[in-house]
Design a protein. Structure first.
Length: 157
């Protein structure tokens, strides 16, 4: 009669790494799709005013942003504390607005130009004079769709 010898416990079997590249690529794809890249580095401090009757913008791709507020702490020594206008990543003046609006219109398809909106992100402590100047310049450029960005406030009872 033959003897059957039991093999000693060889330990746990090795973990298969065959599906590891699939998992890595799924995670990579997920983070690529869900990550939002910052478009503009803010050089002005914006704390938007609160509002109760607000509406979300439908097509954010057709929105051009104009930021108005005091310079951030790191730039106060250079630019002072007065509210400034920021277009894209640089400070600007009222006279730079027409060039900015024309560049934004040229970057869009001709059919989308009538649906473009200019969103003003203004600090709640900024003076209304600079905002009025910006609105007047936008009116002269025939950029009549203007939006004020706010944060949601609590309705008074």
């Amino acid at each position: 009669m033959a003897k059957f010898a039991r093999k000693g416990k060889g330990g746990t079997p090795a973990i298969s790494t065959a599906s590891l590249p699939d998992i890595v690529f799924m995670l990579l794809f997920f983070f690529m799709v869900t990550t939002v890249m910052r478009e503009v580095t803010l050089k002005v401090k914006i704390s938007p005013p609160e509002a109760t009757e607000i509406k979300k913008l439908e097509k954010k791709s057709l929105v051009s942003y104009i930021y108005i507020g005091p310079p951030i702490k790191a730039l106060i020594d250079v630019y002072g504390t007065e509210p400034r206008i920021q277009l894209n990543d640089a400070y600007a003046t009222i006279k730079d607005l027409p060039e900015y609006i024309i560049a934004e219109r040229e970057a869009r398809d001709e059919k989308e130009v009538p649906f473009m909106t200019t969103s003003l992100k203004v600090d709640q402590d900024a003076k209304m004079g600079i905002v009025s100047d910006v609105k007047q310049e936008l009116r002269e450029m025939n950029a009549l769709k203007i939006n004020y960005s706010t944060k949601k406030g609590v309705k008074p009872e």
